[in-house]
Design a protein around this ligand. Structure first.
Ligand SMILES: [Fe+2]
Ligand SMILES: [Fe+2]
Length: 207
């Protein structure tokens, strides 16, 4: 890990916490292996921010907090879905969907992060969205291609695609791979995943 990147100091614009304080909160909320994933996602997000012209500070914060809710009990999510009157259909899914789509609420409240761009990047990091800002695209890709990820064939293709371009390359590649994987394994597809697919994958042909 690059030392200067890992010790980036925050301006206070996006969170009143220092990076060290934020890292500590993540460490307390997550198992060691998930915590290490979060650190790798942060570093990958920083690299993508540098390459594609996004704020390194926002990339660091969003990368660190994206999986904050990953190890929360189901009851917390069910309570939040009801309390905030989120889509009832969410109750048919589980942590894999909830930790992003609902988890951003815990990030906002408990980590004192109010920046919409960062919160949306957390919300969209697993199922994507038809409109993803550059930061959301960066977190979506960093989570998928961080150096600890190792799924045969797919990850190297996604890394190469992200190297060439963020949206038409990486985001499109990951979205296609994810939907193919779910269908091939007869797993349920959260409806937003289909909407994301239609927005980012089909090659538009005009007559
Ligand atoms: Fe996640
Ligand atoms: Fe993650």
């Amino acid at each position: 890990m690059n030392k200067s990147e890992s010790e980036i100091s925050y301006t206070g614009k996006y969170t009143p916490l220092s990076r060290t304080e934020l890292v500590k909160k993540l460490q307390e909320a997550l198992t060691p292996s998930r915590f290490n994933h979060v650190l790798r996602v942060e570093q990958t997000a920083i690299q993508l921010a540098q390459k594609y012209g996004e704020s390194v500070e926002k990339a660091s914060i969003a990368g660190l907090v994206h999986d904050y809710a990953k190890q929360r009990p189901d009851a917390d999510f069910i309570r939040a879905i009801k309390q905030y009157r989120l889509d009832d259909n969410l109750l048919n899914y589980g942590n894999a969907i909830w930790h992003g789509v609902v988890g951003w609420l815990f990030v906002a409240k408990e980590l004192q992060i109010e920046n919409i761009d960062i919160l949306k990047a957390v919300e969209y990091h697993t199922v994507g969205h038809q409109y993803m800002s550059k930061l959301a695209q960066i977190v979506y890709m960093a989570d998928y291609i961080e150096p600890g990820r190792d799924f045969p064939g797919g990850v190297s293709k996604a890394r190469e695609a992200t190297e060439i371009s963020l949206a038409a390359g990486g985001v499109s590649c990951q979205t296609q791979q994810t939907l193919s994987y779910l269908i091939e394994n007869k797993l349920p597809v959260y409806p937003q995943t289909i909407i994301t697919y239609n927005a980012w994958v089909p090659v538009q042909t005009k007559e």
